[in-house]
Design a protein around this ligand. Sequence first.
Ligand code: APR
Length: 310
Amino acid sequence: MDKKVTVVGAGNVGATAAQRLAEKELCDVVLVDIIDGLPQGKALDLAEAAPIEKHDAHPTGSNDYTASANSDIVIITAGIPRKPGMSRDDLLSTNAKIMKNVTQQVVEHSPDAVLIIVSNPLDAMCHVAYETSGFPKNRVIGMAGVLDSARFRTFIAMELDVSVENTTAFVLGGHGDTMVPLPRYSTVAGIPITELLPKERIDALVERTANGGAEIVKLLKTGSAFYAPASAAVEMAESILKDRKKILPCAVYLEGEYGFNDLFIGVPVKLGANGVEEIIEITLTAEEKAALEKSADAVRELKELLKKLS
Ligand code: APR
């Protein structure tokens, strides 16, 4: 195929993303992981599904980044999950080291790629990838808002018993419990949900969205969400690979937009062949702006912590 995407981290999110990319016939797919045999085994398994799924995405797996050479997009899901007894600082420091190491190797082999960052803590990992890669800001994009918005849409559809296809939603801010779902801009068949639901129900859906990741962790017990995160990363990749210019909420590097500087935070952007092609500034109410400020503070705090730890 004429496009190539590498997924670094062949775990739950990475392998599911690779499967979706292949089955949508978007590109050739390469899986890279540090564990010997894991990316090779999962890629071979995916390749053996290809005759049935009818795609020619030629999945391959490797522990060596030469296999990733000249990728159009690299999706980075590498990292470790938080283990019992591990502090947030330990997780931040470990995953920052992994992100730095992965980014260095990715950049060496794919200097023109667009990076889609998935590893958590997301906004902080975007900073590490941005600084390490030296890439322009349009080519380092964090996956958060698409996932958070999809969760919000799911809960809106459940609440109103309508098709998820009829729903749109916007969630801005950092990828954490300070995220900012925007009910005013969230609709069912074009009708704002503020017209369809009482405030207390909307508040409950907003709360569930903000805790969406934790809800899945609580159920799974030994891992975190991966189907929806993988779908979200692949929607972003598809918009870039096909130059579709979709407007999607993504974590991007702001330089003055929304009043923020030198900060990765989730805002609506246009994704096309050049990665982030436009940052869309929407007017926020005082209340929404205050919530976004609070979310930005949480991201800044992690960024400062990163500096101290490195
Ligand atoms: N280089 C390459 N791969 C690595 C490295 C590294 N330095 N360190 C860890 N990995 C790999 C692991 O070997 C593992 O296969 O990253 C993979 C992570 O997979 P999982 O543990 O299954 O985690 P997953 O559920 O896929 O989540 C990955 O995405 O949504 C986020 O919070 C989540 O940060 C986490 C990431």
